[in-house]
Design a protein. Sequence first.
Length: 142
Amino acid sequence: MDVLIRYLHLLAVIVLAGTLIIENIAVGKEITREDLRNLRKVDAAYGLSLGFVAVLGISLWLWVGKPSAFYTTNPVFHAKLTLFVILGLLSIYPTVFFMRQRKTEAEPIMVPVGVIRALRIELALLALIPMLAFLMARGIGN
């Protein structure tokens, strides 16, 4: 069970990273309605993968593998968890924008700078999380 949960967690992280990279490549100051439809689909996959990463990560923390005390007392784990929560919170703004624009007739659709900025910050945070996981695996913080 340990190997399966870890594998699914990693797979969800890969999907999360892939969808976030696609969103960052596809979004611009102006997008077409077709771009918006595609971004909504990618954003939905991103949200699902974010949920899977969270659920599987909580499973690893509390029930599978190392004792939960290993993670709970580790400040590097808390930093990793904090970045993940910030990542999730930042993703709300682009998602709300994509959902609100679904019935727009405007062409092109103007994307607020804040949406683009949120996606860029999410990508930067996502780049830091694996480093923290690596440090935890090496026993840093315990």
